[in-house]
Design a protein around this ligand. Structure first.
Ligand SMILES: Nc1ncnc2c1ncn2[C@@H]1O[C@H](COP(=O)(O)OP(=O)(O)OP(=O)(O)O)[C@@H](O)[C@H]1O
Length: 275
């Protein structure tokens, strides 16, 4: 998929990353994500999905290649410039990383730190009124306004993950990276959280890139499904024409050799590795 530079939220070019000689995670990986697009990333365990998310925001340096994030050349940024670029990105992880003894509201107020540093600005009693109101609106957006003052250690897993989504919204990100936000939840709560993330991202015009092992989620909550194998994008298809059962077969497919052409005989629409 070719995306004009000004239209891309993410542009990864010939990315290379190894953890030691036997562990090549990215091997000339190219990927472009348009602004406002929702993309699911699938792949076998250890394929490098989480590492790709970390490479995107400069938490892991590549060995070679380039990453542009919202127009900024992440791989060439350092210090404050890198932090400023990262501040435009909201994260949701499998583990919600909330402060358990604090209320849902205080946890959401933490999100303001991504764009405005200051001592204890996040504490609900000390926070600015407009921040408290915004945090309440974020909690309302995830359906938890009624539980704002409840300690998060008294909430269910699904409710806690929704607080984490509200905290991410409080950052006012332009791009959302979610690493298996549905993994530690029961099927219903997992689907609810994914649905919420997808709906809110769409409503707010955010770009969403999420990793999931649930093929039904990868299809239902994305515009596009991208599969990683062999350190490259080995599958790239519209979610509307994807099928979860067919996608599951992707994990059993051997990684494509560089230069592989699209083959009609394959059960999945693989894309050529050397493009
Ligand atoms: N900092 C690191 N140092 C060394 N090896 C690492 C590091 N981070 C990740 N790896 C290795 O890189 C490989 C890819 O890991 P990664 O977590 O990105 O895969 P994944 O596709 O997200 O896997 P899963 O689906 O199991 O979460 C794994 O073999 C992992 O052990």
């Amino acid at each position: 998929m070719i995306v004009a530079p000004d239209a891309s939220a993410i542009r990864v070019t010939k990315l290379v990353k190894s953890f030691g000689p036997d562990r090549r995670i990215a091997d000339g990986l190219d990927l472009a994500v348009a602004r406002g697009e929702a993309v699911s990333i699938i792949g076998a365990n250890g394929a490098g999905k989480s590492t790709l998310l970390r490479l995107l925001v400069g938490l892991v340096p590549p060995d070679d290649g380039e990453v542009h994030l919202l127009g900024a050349p992440v791989t060439r940024l350092k210090g404050r410039a890198l932090a400023a670029s990262r501040a435009r990105v909201g994260f949701v992880f499998q583990k919600h990383n909330l402060v358990s003894r604090l209320s849902a509201l205080s946890n959401v107020l933490h999100g303001v730190q991504a764009r405005r540093a200051g001592p204890r600005t996040w504490h609900q009693a000390l926070a600015r009124r407009e921040d408290r109101e915004e945090a309440m609106a974020c909690l309302d957006a995830v359906g938890l306004a009624d539980l704002a003052r409840q300690r998060v250690d008294s909430l269910s897993g699904g409710q806690s993950q929704r607080v984490a989504v509200a905290r991410m919204l409080m950052q006012r990100p332009e791009l959302v990276l979610a690493d298996e936000p549905d993994a530690s939840l029961d099927p219903r709560a997992g689907a609810e959280v994914m649905g919420l993330l997808a709906r809110l991202s769409r409503e707010k015009g955010l770009t969403l890139v999420f990793v999931s092992h649930h093929m039904a989620h990868a299809v239902a909550f994305a515009d596009r499904v991208v599969g990683l194998a062999g350190g490259r994008v080995a599958l790239d298809e519209r979610a509307a024409t994807s099928d979860p059962d067919r996608l599951a077969a992707f994990f059993d497919e051997p990684p494509p050799a560089p230069g592989d052409a699209v083959s009609a005989s394959l059960p999945l629409q693989r894309i050529g590795a050397a493009s």
